[in-house]
Ligand binder design. Structure first.
Ligand code: NAD
Length: 348
């Protein structure tokens, strides 16, 4: 029997399967959306065209420009556009950046979101929003931003290049690992995260062999969904807080930053019971080196230095994080963690 626990689950409708892009219009209708605003990542334009056509009279407008970490100016422009076209719902097609912009609109308007993810960021399963202003990223949790319906069509991610795929999988694996060690982690988030990690590893190794392997793409979307849902319930901890600081303040790419930091955060952090289960899922004897080796095999950059963080910025980041999170980690341990991640060394 597990020890006593509290679990908060979040409900959204999930439609999963190859070819489900064609069902987006029906899902929009089920939500009684009559004026849909489409937000699409540039690389998902073709899919957005298909959805736009399928929506017919329910299509009201479209935004094709999105940026990572939701710059405040983009959020404000998107809110104005939604008001101007009298949108009563949003269809977001793309990675975490497209879904993040849809969430920015939903945060202030409550408009329902239908999310069609094409990466493995997992934002579609969480009530977490983020926004960046003056070089600083703010995140929060609000049920208004949780997509009502998520349509997972593995066909859409077949064109995702290996470098983007691998980094995005690293981001999803970070959700799985962190969901086992936060203060809110519980047996349900743990089992979800472990199964997510298994599917993500299997899917990643298969797409390295064949980028267009539809089964592998399905495994990756399934794993990303579980990862996002585990994170939604367990919340974030040391690892995500570090990545948000690095991404928000120094403009480092989100998913790649996770790949560089996760093995080192994992080496440091005790994850008593879950560690063995995650190691079994990832088929490794050591979680930290297993993650590092998986990312290296997939060709993800594993150093913050390679992502553009200067040595001065590294020192500044250590100082800022240690000052604002005194109970999470002490400064010598943080210095060791980030210095290794900066250099891209294999965890000891
Ligand atoms: P992204 O949305 O910027 O996409 C990464 C890259 O993939 C982009 O260049 C995009 O054009 C390309 N791409 C996307 N779909 C493609 C496709 N089908 N084919 C070819 N290329 C494609 O980045 P991301 O890593 O998906 O998401 C990162 C953002 O999401 C960050 O802002 C992060 O903070 C946020 N995020 C939020 C949560 C949350 O719960 N709120 C969770 C994870 C990430």
């Amino acid at each position: 029997m597990p020890e006593s626990f509290v679990h908060t689950g979040f409900s959204s409708r999930v439609v999963f399967g190859a070819g489900t892009l064609d069902q987006v219009a029906v899902e929009v209708e089920l939500l009684e959306i009559s004026r849909a605003l489409i937000i699409a990542t540039g690389s998902a334009r073709d899919s957005a065209d298909v959805v736009q056509l399928g929506l017919g009279d329910r299509f009201a407008g479209r935004i094709d420009e999105v940026r990572q970490h939701v710059p405040i100016e983009r959020a404000e422009a998107a809110r104005s556009k939604a008001e101007e076209i009298k949108a009563d719902g949003i269809v977001a097609i793309g990675g975490g950046s497209a879904i993040g912009l849809a969430k920015a609109i939903a945060l202030t308007s409550g408009l329902p979101i239908v999310a069609v993810p094409t990466t493995y960021a997992g934002s579609e399963m969480t009530p977490v929003w983020g926004q960046t202003a003056d070089g600083s990223k703010t995140t929060g949790t609000d049920l208004a931003v949780l997509p009502r319906t998520v349509v997972y069509d593995p066909v859409l991610s077949r064109g995702l290049p290996l470098a983007v795929t691998a980094a995005s999988v690293a981001n999803a694996l970070a959700h799985c690992v962190e969901a086992t060690w936060t203060v809110k982690a519980d047996p349900i988030t743990e089992v979800t995260a472990v199964e997510g990690a298994r599917a993500l590893r299997d899917g990643l190794l298969a797409v390295i062999e064949d980028l267009h392997d539809l089964d592998a793409r399905g495994n990756l979307l399934y794993g990303a969904s579980l990862a996002g849902s585990a994170l939604a319930s367990a919340g974030t901890g040391l690892h995500h807080k570090l990545c948000h600081l690095l991404g928000g303040t120094y403009g480092l790419p989100h998913a790649e930053t996770h790949a560089a930091v996760l093995p080192h955060a994992t080496a440091l952090k005790a994850v008593p019971r879950a560690r063995a289960r995650l190691e079994a899922a990832l088929q490794t004897d050591d979680l930290a080196t297993g993650l590092y080796d998986l990312f290296t095999t997939a060709g993800v950059p594993t150093s913050l230095h390679a992502l553009g963080l200067t040595e001065d910025q590294l020192k500044e980041a250590i100082h800022t994080f240690a000052e604002s999170n005194p109970t999470l980690i002490d400064e010598p341990a943080l210095t060791a963690l980030l210095t290794r991640a900066w250099a891209g060394e294999r965890p000891a």
